[in-house]
Design a protein around this ligand. Structure first.
Ligand code: ADP
Length: 285
């Protein structure tokens, strides 16, 4: 599966990308993170990008296109990837189309997370506060001034991509103002509808819970059976005492037989393969 997440800073692209990575076993290719790593390692690209990023500008297209092209070729990206923060301009989108064509790869979806702009500053402020609380290093571009610049560059350079992908019938829009969980579920439903993921991903967990439910039911039946077996044994015991009063030996034998029969009968009630059957049935759906 290969998807693009589109949205302004603070729209939740990074959060959703990480959740998708866990769920589908694909990799997240975030140009922002790659560039931050390059800055931290002071590579030639990092040195070039450092100032631009700190000021909320955009790193030259050829630099990010080069990084992405190399990254897509890595073995861990073979199963699929989520592009987060790339493409960010129409020329980047055109370059991506070209390089995917060249690599014989197809995009499954472009998902736009639509949010109210008024919520963005608050979201980024919350993110900064949480990072500080956890003792993590805060991004140099997560200040209100730089965020305003990042938003402006999103509006003028990145937003045109919404038109670009909708013209190519690739765009799907999801309300990014819902809770994190609701957005994740909406993305999953969309990917299912597009046929980008197998319903199995969902059925697996359903089957598991069905199996758990089946096992619970079986245990309940077993407990009930054990109880009635005990009861039967008890009444058989009483009968044995009564019988012992009369003819001793033959009565004992008969009682033992009756008790055995009772246990067998009740034990039959326990469905041996109960949970397995349920699992198979549900998994097929
Ligand atoms: P956000 O989406 O929250 O603004 P990112 O982590 O995606 O943050 O990006 C941080 C910075 O890295 C951007 O402001 C920009 O300077 C640079 N950057 C990331 N991706 C690209 C890109 N595709 N093209 C140009 N610059 C980029």
């Amino acid at each position: 599966m290969r998807i693009i997440l589109l949205g302004p800073p603070g729209s939740g692209k990074g959060t959703q990308a990480q959740l998708l990575v866990q769920r589908y076993g694909i990799v997240q290719l975030s140009t922002g993170e790659m560039l931050r790593a390059a800055v931290a390692a002071a590579t030639p690209i990092g040195l070039k990008a450092k100032e631009i990023m700190a000021n909320g500008g955009l790193v030259p297209d050829d630099v990010v296109v080069g990084i992405i092209s190399d990254r897509i070729d890595q073995p861990d990206a073979k199963a699929g990837f989520i592009l987060d923060g790339f493409p960010r301009t129409v020329p980047q989108a055109e370059a991506l189309d070209e390089l995917l064509k060249h690599k014989h790869l197809k995009l499954d979806a472009v998902i736009e997370l639509r949010v109210n702009e008024s919520a963005l500053l608050q979201r980024v402020e919350t993110r900064v506060a949480q990072m500080r609380e956890r003792g993590e290093e805060v991004r140099v571009d997560d200040t209100p001034e730089v965020l305003t610049k990042r938003l402006a560059s999103y509006r003028s350079l990145t937003e045109p991509l919404i038109h670009y992908y909708s013209e190519r019938r690739k765009l799907s829009t999801i309300d990014g103002m819902m809770t994190i969980d609701e957005v994740t579920r909406a993305i999953h439903r969309l990917l299912l509808a597009l046929g980008a993921v197998e319903p199995k991903t969902h059925a697996k967990s359903t089957a598991k819970s069905a199996a758990r439910k089946g096992a619970k039911k079986a245990a309940k039946v077993a407990r009930k059976s054990a109880k009635s077996a005990k009861k039967a044994a008890k009444s058989a015991g009483k009968a044995s005492k009564k019988a012992a009063k009369g003819a001793k030996k033959p009565a004992k034998k008969a009682v033992k037989k009756a008790a055995k029969k009772a246990v067998k009968k009740t034990a039959k009630k326990v469905p041996k393969r109960g949970p397995k059957k349920v699992t198979k049935k549900r998994a097929k759906r």
